[in-house]
Design a binder for this molecule. Structure first.
Ligand SMILES: Nc1ncnc2c1ncn2[C@@H]1O[C@H](COP(=O)(O)OP(=O)(O)OP(=O)(O)O)[C@@H](O)[C@H]1O
Ligand SMILES: [Mg+2]
Length: 453
């Protein structure tokens, strides 16, 4: 029988939690303040701790910090007041397994406890992963980075090493390996954490628009520029600018970017005033830049300016030992989002997932788990509900398949239909893959008169 320690100065809350948890078979012990709670942690070795945040004497965060110092894989769940985001982030940063907002929903409590205990049982607790060394403290809002394999730990350590310098960072990795998540970690774990992080997707804009996006423009500098506009470099200030899909910028823009990096200043499009550049550049690409250099599509000098520090994210198939942690993480994240309660992992599931090649990497794994959660009728993640993708659609550029379509609407219609067909018209999953809401998806289905088959 697992032992759960509840630390709360409110007797009524302790009583009601104890009742709920005893009923489902846990051995519950209680403490009325942080000090005595910590004593019980040392003497009775509970399997899990639930602690209130606000208590007389030492508070929940201090309890958490003390437990983390003991260096044991003991999951801690914090109870916080509703909507206290700062505290929430802080608690996860300090290594809480999770936080629950009051009033406590008993079902959510039970599912969180199961996940926490499960993650310890397989000795793959998220806490451990994130707090083995300080540099892997990687909680940014609700973006948790899971990674326990040597390759990922090495990456966390390196990020820790550069976190006090504002060097430019180049992140390379296949699609879905977590480049954006790593970019956020670089920004938020370092000296830039209190400064802005500005994200630019370089593939989404034409050359002219990208330049005005990056450097800003002055009124009248081109058709449609009706007022002065600050560019992303200006908005990033002394923080970071994340240039996603850097391989997609034109040679012209590359020259301009190089100049900014060399001279640390720039002008708005059509403007004369010189503006200093103080931001750090984090760039990401899923293409091989060295090959592009050979083909004359990417400037070598720019490449060297960007890759002062490089992070090579290994594909998921080369770090399959992270799969279990990732599954637990996604169950946790997606249960919450979709109000489901899949908290156990069926026999053979992990083995099955490990045997797959994951050409869409972590994103594909996340989508697979999402689909399984949606399909599941019990609290177990079952093999039957897992559909592994044998098509490698993530790697097929849309434009090659449909050269005759010209308008954006045509392309959108085609893409939405293709994704819907791929997931067998599971709209929840399709909206997740397309990264739009269900109502938006429905509206588009109607707009384009899309039908099955
Ligand atoms: N180590 C990880 N731990 C937890 N979640 C992860 C991890 N890596 C990736 N993810 C999740 O997988 C999804 C894809 O990650 P992300 O968008 O960062 O990938 P990417 O490399 O930028 O992909 P692309 O090249 O397609 O832009 C996101 O939902 C992200 O939260
Ligand atoms: Mg990305």
């Amino acid at each position: 029988m697992e032992k759960i320690l509840i630390i709360d100065d409110n007797k009524l809350i302790r009583k009601s939690l104890k009742e709920t948890l005893s009923k489902v078979g846990y051995n519950v012990i209680e403490a009325e303040d942080g000090e005595s709670g910590l004593d019980l942690v040392r003497s009775l070795h509970p399997d899990l701790v639930i602690t209130d945040f606000q208590m007389p004497g030492i508070d929940g965060l201090e309890v958490l910090a003390e437990i983390r110092k003991l260096n044991i894989a003991l999951p801690v769940i914090l109870l916080t007041a509703f909507g206290d985001v700062v505290l929430t982030i802080k608690s996860i940063q300090l290594g809480a397994f999770d936080f629950l907002e009051k009033p406590i929903d008993p079902n959510q409590l039970k599912s969180t406890i199961l996940l926490a205990l499960n993650s310890v049982k397989v000795s793959n607790s998220l806490n451990e992963v994130l707090h083995e060394d300080a540099s892997s403290e990687s909680m940014i809002e609700d973006n948790i980075l899971v990674g326990k394999t040597i390759q990922m730990k090495e990456i966390f350590k390196n990020i820790g090493r550069i976190s006090l310098n504002k060097v430019n960072v180049l992140i390379q990795g296949e699609t879905g390996t977590g480049k954006e998540l790593i970019a956020r970690l670089v920004h938020y774990s370092g000296i830039t954490s209190n400064q802005p992080l500005v994200i630019v997707n370089c593939s989404a804009l034409t050359e002219t628009l990208l330049e005005s996006e990056l450097f800003g423009h002055v009124k009248g500098s081109f058709t449609g520029s009706i007022r002065d506009k600050k560019g992303k470099f200006e908005l990033a200030g002394e923080g970071s600018i994340f240039l996603d899909e850097i391989s997609e910028i034109s040679l012209n823009t590359q020259v301009k970017l190089l100049r900014v990096i060399q001279e640390l200043e720039f002008e708005r499009v059509g403007g004369e005033e010189t503006i200093p550049m103080k931001a750090r550049i984090i760039a990401a690409t899923n293409r091989n830049l060295e090959e592009l250099i050979k083909e004359g599509k990417f400037r070598e000098d720019l490449y060297y300016r960007l890759k002062v520090f490089t992070i090579d994210l290994p594909p998921l198939r080369e770090r399959k030992d992270d799969i279990r942690d990732l599954v637990i993480h996604f169950l946790h994240k997606l249960n919450k989002r979709f109000n489901k309660n899949v908290v156990k992992i069926g026999d053979g599931v992990i083995e099955m997932l490990k045997a797959h090649d994951w050409y869409g990497n972590v994103r594909e794994l996340e989508n697979t788990i999402l689909q399984a959660i949606v399909m599941s009728k019990s609290d177990v993640l079952e093999k039957e509900n897992i559909t592994l993708n044998t098509r490698q659609h993530q790697d097929i550029p849309v434009a090659i398949e449909i050269p005759t379509y010209r308008s954006l609407a045509d392309l959108e219609k085609y893409h939405i239909k293709r994704i819907l067909d791929e997931v067998n018209w599971n709209k929840l999953e399709a909206s997740h893959i397309l990264d739009i809401t269900r109502p938006t998806l429905n509206a588009k289905i109607e707009k384009y008169s899309l039908t099955r088959g």
